[in-house]
Design a binder for this molecule. Structure first.
Ligand code: ATP
Ligand code: MG
Length: 289
């Protein structure tokens, strides 16, 4: 039916580091889904959306082929698979990096160390491009799992693998020496779908971006002596200009605005220095711009 063909299909990871946050993002967008533990698909009850649960490695191909219209994957997987996909947005979770590492005792000066060396990785494409750009001639060995044990079993002199805290490398006697790629979860789409389905996607995207913005921003209220108001406003970026409200004490006003999490503490310090008092910071549930 036409209702069926208008239904957007999103592919997310079935079980792994992306799963929980991908589902949480859909929920924060107001999408109601009933999931059963082993189901490979689910339907939203209040949005024309079908969710496909897949291995993350398979998502790029399925989205390229139109089996799913959009998908959530790590940038690392998107780049490694090299499929024809449209990068719609970065999603701010599953942050990690793809790094080169060598045994801890190794003397390492720079990336030319890898010339003529064997490197084990599950990311031969990304690593190949990186070495090419750095003019390094290394032997890349593709391994699909447990890459970090390769040096200890004599398979390679180095590895290139996903790192977040570095503890896996450490416990395998390796040290991180180069960052090849910084990655986070991304929303990708088939470049060719359109019509009603596209419209539904735009609607979902609008919601996702509102959720993202609200997670990144905080609502801030503070009291300012009128004499220092200009200095305080100068510190605040805000969406537009801040809201200024009178207080019972006529020498003071209340200032309301939205600030970004990235430089949050610097802003708080600067506000206090400028004379702000009674600073309140409140989470924002949704941010419609
Ligand atoms: P699948 O069974 O679906 O193939 P997988 O084992 O390949 O799963 P996960 O380990 O669940 O994949 O990781 C999925 C994605 O999460 C990675 O491609 C990467 O983008 C990101 N990721 C991996 N490790 C970390 C980490 N330690 N911290 C944060 N994000 C990570
Ligand atoms: Mg995988």
């Amino acid at each position: 039916s036409s209702e069926n063909s208008n239904r957007l299909k999103i592919a997310i990871q079935k079980s792994g580091r992306l799963s929980e946050k991908s589902l949480a993002l859909l929920k924060e967008c107001g999408i109601q889904i009933t999931t059963s533990p082993n189901a490979l698909r689910a339907e939203a009850s209040n949005f024309p959306l079908e969710i496909l649960f897949l291995r993350d490695d398979d998502i790029p191909e399925y989205v390229q082929d139109g089996v799913a219209d959009v998908g959530i994957i790590g940038e690392n997987v998107m780049l490694e698979k090299g499929k024809k996909l449209e990068l719609i947005d970065k999603l701010g979770f599953a942050k990690c990096r793809l790094s080169l590492a060598v045994p801890r005792g190794t003397t390492y000066d720079d990336v030319s160390f890898f010339d003529g060396k064997r490197i084990a990785t599950s990311y031969p494409k990304i690593l190949g491009e990186y070495f090419k750009e750095k003019n390094v001639n290394a032997e890349i060995h593709m391994i699909s799992g447990s890459v970090e044990i390769a040096p200890s079993i004599g398979l390679s002199e180095g590895v290139c693998d996903i790192v977040s805290s570095g503890s896996t490398l450490l416990s395998n006697g390796l040290k991180e020496v180069e960052t090849v790629l910084k990655s986070e979860a991304v929303l990708v789409a088939n470049p060719d779908f359109n019509g009603e389905k596209r419209k539904n996607f735009e609607k979902l995207l609008f919601r996702m971006q509102s959720v993202r913005r609200s997670n990144k921003n905080k609502y801030i209220l503070l009291n300012a002596p009128k004499s220092k108001l200009d200095a305080i406003i100068a510190v605040l970026p805000g969406l537009k200009s801040p809201t200024i409200m009178p207080l019972a004490n006529e020498d003071w006003v209340s200032v309301h605005t939205v600030i970004n999490e990235d430089d949050f503490w610097e802003k708080i310090d600067a506000l206090q220095e400028a004379g702000a008092e009674g600073i309140l910071v409140i989470p924002i549930e949704k941010m419609i711009v």
